[in-house]
Unconditional design. Structure first.
Length: 238
């Protein structure tokens, strides 16, 4: 029967604060199930919460979680879609003499990046997790008649950071293996009754046979060992 090895190290926490996730995995190889033994019981991976403390709250209304060391994380300016001229202290459009349409456009200051409509410190930009490639398939849990293999991957390419999304999908997968039928070696049944003696006197012979059907060889299994018949003398009187 299969037994799990010890769990590996916990992965890096997916967030620095406000709660993240860590996971760790173990292999079904200590030993791997063989010759029809049962697969490992339990899960190949487990998760736990980490860094559950609250993130700092910044006074800057234009900021989300950052180092809180700047008074301003964005710069805004008025810009207008139509050319404007100043006339009597009013903005007048060249086109039809009506008032122009202006809007406030903002850009993040140096050292900050835009994320979900806000400016945050680029050193704390959320990083969404991505899985690395799957590792090698484990040894098949059975040599024939169908077994199980599994393989795992780590959420570390990159690992999620600063509130970024955890990896999407499963950290492990399984497949069937060695689905061919196991060979069955042949075994003889018991011998049958002795045949009638070949002579009534002066010595004769009689035989008996047995069948290679208990079980019969299948799927490349070995044939029965030994003779399928035997002989003995009989009626040796004159």
């Amino acid at each position: 029967d299969g037994e799990y090895s010890d769990f590996g190290e916990w992965s890096e926490c997916s967030a620095e604060c406000d709660g993240g996730i860590q996971n760790r995995v173990r292999q079904c190889d200590s030993p791997a199930p063989e010759h029809g033994g049962a697969d490992c019981e339990g899960r190949p991976s487990e998760m736990r919460q980490c860094n559950a403390h609250q993130c700092p709250v910044c006074e800057d209304s234009n900021s989300s979680y950052n180092k809180c060391g700047s008074n301003c994380t964005k710069t805004c300016e008025e810009s207008c879609e139509k050319p404007m001229v100043v006339h009597d202290d009013r903005l007048i459009s060249f086109d039809f003499g009506g008032e122009g349409e202006c809007e406030k456009r903002c850009e993040c200051n140096e050292g900050y990046v835009s994320h979900m409509g806000e400016c945050i410190d680029e050193d704390f930009c959320p990083v969404d997790g991505e899985y690395s490639d799957f590792g090698e398939w484990s040894e098949c849990s059975a040599e024939c008649d169908g077994g199980i293999q599994n393989r795992v991957r780590q959420c570390d390419s990159p690992a999620p950071e600063h509130g970024g999304a955890d990896c999407e999908g499963r950290p492990s997968e399984m497949r069937q293996c060695n689905a061919h039928q196991c060979p069955v070696d042949g075994e003889y049944s018991d011998f049958g009754e002795w045949s009638e003696c070949s002579a009534e006197c002066d010595g004769g012979n009689q035989t008996r046979t047995r069948q290679c059907d208990n079980p019969a060889p299948e799927h490349g299994g070995a044939d029965c060992e030994g003779e399928d018949s035997e002989m003995q003398g009989c009626n040796n009187h004159e």
